[in-house]
Design a protein around this ligand. Structure first.
Ligand code: SF4
Length: 909
């Protein structure tokens, strides 16, 4: 093999809204765009590293980012255009799409056409899709999965500040004296930003962190105060705080007078829902002492940042919650100053880029809406034949309109709404009724691609060029370094081709992503003259090489801010008609009940997976941290229902049911009467775990954002005759069992499995799917106890373990045996024991994904005296890379200490 020199590309991570810079090194000559490139072949791409010079992460990456090179193989990639499951040419597929759009417009009008995009799209892709829909098809039915993520934050900024402008930046989170984190588990969802906060707090011990979240998450690890408020009660809290600040004469009257309107009405409205500390404490279900402390800290700390995320946004009152937060910051003048701002963080890598181009159905383009003047401006700039007249359908309404037959053509781009949308089975039904559903995606086997008529293969991370904007308004280049496999193409190209076939060749005649970016920048500058916050005039006219070399920069970039602007509103100017910010009268209310059930289900992300797992599930180490979907449940709720830790439970309501593993939380992290269920598992990876199928379509009346964190459900044990696991060299596909969870391992494929019937039929099915070979078997049919191992030529092919009960211990030793060319005699004997003869059990469930350190290893070290996370790091390296597992290390230390104390107490007795 010819060894070529290592090349290097700086790009950005495609996961969360922190937007970290990534450096990739690879041997270009070794990469071939074959249709079935495997992980081994992509070995010419070295383990990725954090980009030292990137201002979001300064060289650090979390575990998801550091595993990027493990996710670039072509397994499950969509390689060719298909129509009704049959491969076709690009020409035929694009013509079919364009012809159908034309026919639908002709017969039913432009509003019968809809696009549904994604915060995974690059800004250039988003720009072209939005332009085609709103300027050339003539409807505004272009919405995006960002509606599920931060639409409430957008709506609240616009209501109050006059523009969708994040005032501050990441530095403010480090320079503040009081950081209030609301509805955010940043330790898992935005890990690098969380690590920056951890470091800042360490450097400035006077800095206080308050976490406001019904759950005690890993983020609480750094909290000086945790307010585990009743779900959805946030506005009561912030209104009461505003009233308290007023009554304490602690408002910034000069700022209010000079730069805001509407304080009197806002105070009146806030005081209507305020109460005594005791009453408020009862309403929020927290202690009045804690409330008092929080209020005093807020009153006494001018440098305050309120950092909020999905716990605020994903609510039927999300916009009001966010405005209650912004009211507080306006009333105290804590906005646009170093270490003092409201700060909403986006979930996705380019949710912000989507906002810039108008990716939401209620935006037109470049931070302009549907006023006559702005429509005219955009129409003239695009030379658009038919500009959309009014906002289009927001996500939930959009799929409702599909179901009602009002939308006949639907194009879904790079997203998986059959998993992420509320009432996801109803979305499936809607898609069935649609005349033509097109999905452009890089993955072939998602729940959504299975429901489409036409599939268009899109280029993926590492293959495409463009820009993304992170949560602090910083635009960064995403650069390609891999050839796309099969016939995959960039999204902007696919959409432009359809635009051309609709007769708009000139308007969609782009040759490169840089052409699109230039037009995007020019539109932002067009007749702007300081009227609009979003202005990239300083980036207009870049050559392709300048575009390629573009360093991360915060918008706006213009004459006044040639190097970007760190903070907005530091000059007291807002983008409203009066130039002043507006207080919003916010009426506090609790979420309404829209489902049947006596438990409230909250949903969210876990540490090592991203959204619907299409990429992260390719990495064995990312799958090891949490291998199964689960429900966190309070012990009282579990006891009442006869649910034990580790049981399978059925979570159900009138919409559907899912089956997940119960985690009975004994240490107070989970409130009574509530459950937490992760959002990630799809039909590709689980028999029945799509949590979206349980959620009602309730939305915020202003932002249209669905309430994804407050669903009434019931829970009951899901009793099976047996449980088991399978490890196999071969992917065995979906299994005929009530419960199965699939994931890749370091050496093949793994399943957790359970069923209500005898396992014999399943064992026969598995044998038929596996190669011929020698079976070693141990069985006790009277107890549904089976252990089987399959070897061919001395090499392990599969193991099947089935027991009446679920307690097999760890599987790591067995997983590693698939690496052995020939099993030793001892290991062969030990196979059906699942652990090595005469040696200690394996390392246990992986806690530190970066260095693959397991729970058993960590516990051993703790028992030998490593009693701090730092000591464990020194001994085992765990927690010393991305740091995401540090809260879990601390929890293990605490649990071991409790166990030791309990043992000591028993001995003393
Ligand atoms: S924090 Fe992690 S997931 Fe988010 S952008 Fe950075 S590396 Fe990617």
């Amino acid at each position: 093999m010819m060894i070529t020199e290592l090349q290097q590309t700086n790009t950005t991570c495609p996961y969360c809204g922190v937007g970290c810079g990534v450096t990739v090194q690879y041997q270009a000559g070794e990469i071939s765009p074959t249709a079935n490139l495997t992980t081994a072949q992509t070995g010419s791409v070295q383990p990725v590293a954090g980009m030292q010079a990137h201002p979001a992460n300064f060289g650090r990456l979390c575990v998801k980012g550091s595993a990027l090179h493990e996710t670039i193989d072509h397994t499950d990639r969509l390689l060719y255009p298909t129509m009704n499951g049959k491969r076709t040419s690009w020409d035929k597929a694009l013509s079919l799409v364009a012809d159908k759009i034309q026919q639908v417009i002709h017969t039913h009008g432009p509003d019968a056409v809809a696009f549904y995009g994604s915060g995974q799209l690059l800004t250039e892709d988003y720009y072209v899709a939005n332009k085609l829909m709103k300027g050339f098809i003539g409807s505004a039915n272009m919405d995006t999965n960002s509606r599920l993520c931060m639409a409430s934050a957008v709506a609240s900024y616009k209501r109050s500040l006059g523009s969708d402008t994040v005032p501050g930046n990441y530095e403010d989170l480090e320079k503040t004296d009081l950081l209030i984190m609301v509805g955010s588990n940043a330790a898992w969802a935005h890990p690098i930003l969380f690590q920056r906060i951890v470091a800042a707090k360490k450097a400035n011990p006077a800095m206080k962190v308050v976490v406001i979240d019904p759950r005690r998450t890993a983020t609480c690890d750094i909290a000086d105060l945790h307010l585990a408020i009743r779900p959805g009660s946030d506005t009561f809290l912030f209104n009461a705080l505003l009233t308290y600040m007023d009554q304490s004469n602690a408002l910034d009257y000069s700022f209010i007078h000079n730069h805001t309107d509407g304080i009197a009405e806002a105070l009146e409205s806030a005081s209507a829902s305020s109460a005594t500390f005791e009453e408020l404490a009862q309403r929020l279900d927290v202690s009045s002492n804690d409330l008092n402390l929080f209020f005093e800290w807020f009153r006494d700390t001018p440098k305050t940042v309120t950092f909020y995320s999905q716990g605020v946004n994903q609510s039927s009152a999300g916009t009001d919650k966010a405005n209650a937060i912004i009211n507080l910051h306006l009333a105290t003048g804590r906005i646009g100053k170093e270490g003092a701002s409201p700060f909403s963080i986006t979930g996705q890598p380019n949710a912000m880029g989507g906002r810039e181009v108008g990716g939401l159905a209620n935006q037109l383009a470049a931070h302009m809406d549907f006023s006559a003047a702005e429509r005219d401006l955009v129409r003239r700039f695009w030379q658009a034949p038919t500009i959309a007249e009014r906002p289009g359908h927001k996500a939930v309404d959009l799929f409702n309109a599909v179901k009602e037959g009002k939308i006949k053509f639907l194009w879904i781009m790079s997203t998986n709404p059959l998993v992420s949308m509320p009432d996801a089975d109803d979305v499936k039904e809607a898609m069935k009724r649609c005349e033509l559903v097109v999905v452009s995606d890089c993955m072939a086997n998602t729940d959504t691609t299975a429901a489409a008529h036409v599939l268009l293969p899109a280029a993926s991370w590492g293959e495409k060029n463009g820009t993304v904007t992170n949560s602090e308004r910083r635009i960064s280049r995403q650069r390609g370094f891999l050839p796309s496999p099969g016939e995959a193409m960039p999204d902007w190209w696919i959409i432009s081709q359809v635009g051309g076939r609709l007769g708009h060749e000139e308007a969609f005649n782009y040759e490169h992503a840089s052409d699109v970016f230039d037009e995007h920048a020019r539109l932002s500058a067009f007749e702007n003259n300081g009227k609009r916050d979003f202005d990239l005039s300083g980036l207009v006219g870049m050559s392709r090489s300048q575009y390629d070399a573009l360093a991360p920069i915060q918008w706006p970039v213009n004459d006044q801010y040639p190097s970007g602007r760190a903070r907005f509103f530091d000059d007291g100017h807002f983008y409203t008609a009066t130039g002043k910010a507006k207080f919003i009268n916010v009426e506090a209310r609790l979420p309404e009940v829209h489902s049947q059930g006596d438990l409230v289900m909250n949903t969210g992300r876990i540490r090592d997976h991203w959204h619907t797992m299409t990429r992260t599930a390719k990495s064995a180490r990312l799958g090891q941290h949490i291998a199964e979907p689960y429900a966190d449940i309070h012990p009282d709720d579990a006891n009442l229902r006869g649910i034990k830790h580790g049981d399978l439970v059925e979570i159900h309501n009138e919409r559907g049911h899912i089956i997940v593993r119960a985690q009975v939380i004994n240490d107070g992290r989970q409130r009574k009467g509530e459950l937490f269920v992760p959002m990630h598992w799809t039909n590709r990876y689980a028999s029945k775990a799509r949590m979206g199928t349980l959620i009602a379509k309730t939305t915020d009346p202003i932002s249209g954002q669905p309430e994804l964190k407050f669903t009434q459900v019931n829970a009951r044990p899901f009793n099976t005759a047996w449980q088991g696991f399978i490890l196999s060299r071969k992917d065995l596909g979906p299994l005929p069992a009530d419960y199965w969870i699939y994931g890749v391992t370091e050496t093949g494929h793994g399943y957790e499995i359970a069923d209500r019937e005898s396992p014999l039929a399943l064992i026969e099915t598995l044998k038929a799917r596996l190669p011929e070979g020698d079976w070693i078997t141990l069985s006790d049919p009277s107890h549904n106890h089976y252990r089987l191992a399959l070897l061919t030529d001395g090499r392990l092919q599969a193991v099947i373990f089935i027991h009446q009960n679920y307690d097999f211990g760890a599987r790591q030793w067995l997983i590693e045996r698939f690496n052995d060319e020939t099993l030793s005699a001892n290991d062969r004997k030990a196979l059906l024991a699942g652990r090595p003869l005469g040696k200690q059990a394996d390392k246990g469930a992986i806690i530190c994904s970066c260095f693959q350190v397991g729970e058993n290893t960590i516990k051993n070290s703790i028992q030998q005296g490593c009693c701090t996370a730092e000591a464990l790091g020194e001994a085992l390296k765990c927690g010393t890379n991305c740091g995401s597992c540090i809260p879990e290390l601390k929890a293990l230390i605490q649990r071991e200490a409790l166990a030791t104390n309990a043992a000591d107490a028993m001995t003393a007795e």
